[in-house]
Design a protein around this ligand. Sequence first.
Ligand code: SF4
Length: 413
Amino acid sequence: MPEDAAPHCDSVCRGDGETCLPQMLADWDAVARGEPGASLRAVYDWTDYPTARIATPRKDLLDAKSYLIFNPIQTTRGCPHACNFCTTPGVFGRKFRQRRIEDIVEEIREAKELYNSACFIFADDDFGGNHKWARELCAAIEPLGVKWASQCDILISNNDKLLAAMRRSGCLGLILGLESPNQQTLAEAGKRFARSADYEWRIRKIQSYGISLWGAFIFGFDNDTWRTCMETCRFAQRMNLSMSCYPILTPYPGTGVWQDYKAQGRLVTDDWDRYNGASVCYTPGSMSPRDLRHAQMAAFAEFFSLRSSLRRLGVLPFKKFAWLANLSIWRGIRYYYSRRGRHVPAFADFIHPGARAWRYDDAWAEQAHAAWSEMPEADEATLERATEALAAANVRYSDPLVQAAAAVSSTQQ
Ligand code: SF4
């Protein structure tokens, strides 16, 4: 949104810096030299120029100590797909681009030598957008003996050779944008390349190569209710995902969702600070904003609970980093709610409106709950029973004992 940035500067570059920044600097130079007719454009849009090659950043200009992860490396830009909630097509264009493999290898080699880095994040939207190229890159980095993680689409599960090459080259984990295990929600999200019915075998196959998975889901599509949110969380548990996240659908400007909601008059704010994945910036189709937030936090609390972590991660082999991340998030959630004197949200709250977790402090929530104030408060035992009943109805954990019991009972039938 260059028009938002324009009041704060002389000139705005939109899109790839490699493409439009040199044009802006040349004009700036010409203006500084007082060349006749020279002027600075208000907006330098990268689509007005031939697309430049993806450059290697000058990391020597940065202070390594100021960064938690100093070596994110971009190997690709863009994504061959076009999901209608995603900013990637708007930011990087529809053309999927790959960096020169020798540049990437050189950047990794230099980071190893200068900063002793052995673990890298490939900061891509879709590392596996071009399977042939991804295999070539994996082959090139295999001799470097590094570890890495990235983000890609689930279609890499079609390609065993690519999965094997990724693992051999040091791939530890991947973030998969799954959005939902519900086919109607996927259709609404414009995720046309994936079918939810195939998610399970695809996930299991990627995991069989020793690659840990982080599932990225989204809550708040029109098809979503608290039950579909709960089923999504259960699905993440059943798939033994190491990590998962449940941001609220955010209609970022430039996305298809934003255009649709704008046309339907459903955007409730243009305060960009609230476009953060945690606030509800539009009128949801099937849930109130409060219920949507509650379902989001119930999913986080449920997925990262100790019982869930134990079932998903197991004990041996001990997954140190996954355990550390899971326990940190669980502690963070507990701390957040205890500081506010509130109960941690649970899906069971939705079947008992008197649950204490609904008792928000602010006036808005009190007003929303006035109708429920007459209801008897649910005690802990009732909520625990409700949680167990919901879990029994929805969870088939991949707990080895549960699987064995299921196998025995199916042979007996
Ligand atoms: S959500 Fe993922 S697959 Fe879809 S357009 Fe964005 S980056 Fe590509």
